[in-house]
Design a protein around this ligand. Sequence first.
Ligand SMILES: [Zn+2]
Ligand SMILES: [Zn+2]
Length: 398
Amino acid sequence: MRVRDEAARISGEITELRHAIHREPEIGLDLPKTQAKVLAALDGLPLEISTGQGLSSVTAVLRGRPGPVVLLRGDMDALPVTEETHLPYASVIPGAMHACGHDLHTAMLAGAARLLSARQAELDGTVVFMFQPGEEGYAGARQMIEEGVLEAAGARPVAAYGLHVSSQRLPCGTFSTRPGAMLAAADQITVTVQGRGGHASTPHRAADPIPVACEMVTALQTLVTRKFDVFDPVVITVGSFHAGTTDNVIPDEARFLATARSFSHESRAALAELVPRLIGDIARGHGLTAETIYAAEYPVTVNDAAEAAFAGETIAEVFGAERGEQAEFPLTGAEDFSFVLEQVPGAFVMLGACPPGNDPLTAPTNHSAHAVFDDGALADGTALYVELALRRLARGAA
Ligand SMILES: [Zn+2]
Ligand SMILES: [Zn+2]
């Protein structure tokens, strides 16, 4: 039987697991209930299973015939969002929702483990299944690497693949990838402008941090357009700005938070250097001081050109050319699978899960309290994981 048909045959149990995970979302690095569901789903399969020390990860190794190692990754964590979808399997936990579709990734990867286990005898090598907590800002992938996921099979993987569903833009069941930069690097900028508070009617006797902080916000946008190549773009968005308590008091300080997105090591390094300098110079220009913390979060997610081409060919052969697209541009989102792809050549593939009947261009996006991911994507996502592993192992170590 074709892998696609096998995946369709077990789609009921994949869907059931997805709904169970969706109902009880967990946030961050410690996901005991999700981990238990994954372990139960893998129970009885011929896998070497280990769990994380500092996080509730699951690493499962499936050994076939002697050959290379391939890694498949699915992330498991939810977001601090209160679900508003009113789906029958909606989150029962206020303030937590699988709004990025990681419940689908986990269920698809468990389904792939089941199908590949059934083909153990014909497997030309070893598959590592990486069930990862803490993608949403906790760098769980980096922690799993530190705990040895890339050495779990004894030899390092020759290739690594990750899938991510999207509730919009792509029609349900459409795959999208590209060579090179696939997703942005994301860094966090925290600025504290230190002034001197006073009476709002006599600002010359105080050192007002608010107009200075406002000047910094607009100067950051000028930095973006004047210091960076338009063909190697960066995004800076100030998403949080706080100062003061009322209209007639000048506060001592103002604080803001920004995210910085970039697509090359050069631009990312330039941001880390130029942003603190600009902030400091503006503060000094007004006789104030400012502290900038430029915190590196996730690197650029870079697809290996050969592995992205291989993933594209696999999609076309298994599902038909019309089901795959080569994305023209990277996405400005970020992923901690980037830490894996810094060490292992591989590809990150987006999978459309917008419910049929909804317009992909206007459907609520990932991270929205209204985001809906269709179960119809589950079987094909599972099949792609399986086909990527089977076909990549058959190609050998090169
Ligand atoms: Zn997300
Ligand atoms: Zn995500």
